[in-house]
Design a protein around this ligand. Sequence first.
Ligand SMILES: *Cc1c(COP(=O)(O)O)cnc(C)c1O
Ligand code: SF4
Length: 357
Amino acid sequence: MVPRSIAACQTATSDPLRSSEREPAWKRDLAEAYRDAADLLAALGLRPEAIPDLDPAESGFRMLVPRAFAALMTPGDPRDPLLRQVLPLGAERLTVTGFTRDPVGDTSADLGHGLLRKYTGRALLIVTGGCAVHCRYCFRRHFPYTALGQTPDRTAAAVASIAADPGISEVILSGGDPLMLDDDRLGALLERLHEIPHLNRLRIHSRLPVVLPSRVTETLCRRLSGSPLASVLVIHANHPSELGADAADALRRLRHADVTLLNQSVLLRGVNDAAQTLGALSERLFECGVLPYYLHQLDPVEGAAHFAVPDTQALQLGEALRDRLPGYLVPRLVRELPGRGAKTPLNDAARIGSPFL
Ligand SMILES: *Cc1c(COP(=O)(O)O)cnc(C)c1O
Ligand code: SF4
């Protein structure tokens, strides 16, 4: 994509060579992302044989890993927790009872135009199907984005339907990753939302400040700080090593733009299923000005069963976190149950009946 104006090319970097290019630095960073497991492994000094279950066929969900994220992995470690989140494995082909293609009922909650109304008072708008990283455990890995993705017409229809419903006070931009929209397109959407008098808050769920920190441009920060809506950004980090110096810097810029920063994580076997790791994640988030919000039990999506942590162990981890952290650094341990208007605390979800017990 070619940005429409020079103004859209402003970037957070001060490197004159990069900022003088017509394309924003983050788009170039995205173009240079690893798309081939062999390249990523070579960069980490790993031979493909070091990963016995490697799946070059990628089970229909392409590998995609920005270099900034790969740079945070430990070279030579085939069990690196960041690598494990993104590397396609043969285990993704296993059929496991209870693990389905639409585990949280998103397809049935869609009202058309990519607008999901499953949460009271909040409208969730899917603005793009694209992401900067492909997380192997993603609950939307089979989501029919091409059918639900946004075109200008669909966006207009979604905005009209939000404008027609005074019960909505918060718009949640989701995806895919909503920050995959460039500053011009995001700015145009925000301007239309600003005209809706009953909206108070804008929430953005994005993994980009973590996996592609160059996306946090000056223009983005200015748009958010200049918005009449209170902005909340929910980032997505699962492991303390994901929050390197560049992500910390991007988060600092967002804080200076008066954006409230929260984090959601997914509990993942072999990645963050230890109290020590989750505790360190909360501490690192706080250093970066982010409060832990949710720790999700994995949504049982087909292809991700090898990441599942049993509920009994998840509840023990939750207890261990309460023991070692101040209350405000303990994330809410929840599960998304289809057809419910809110996340269910895992304690209750376990009583209701869960696939992992
Ligand atoms: C749960 C969820 C929401 C909304 O729920 P809250 O309880 O208001 O945070 C929005 N987006 C995503 C991706 C979610 O998983
Ligand atoms: S960034 Fe989010 S939506 Fe995209 S693949 Fe990862 S978990 Fe899924």
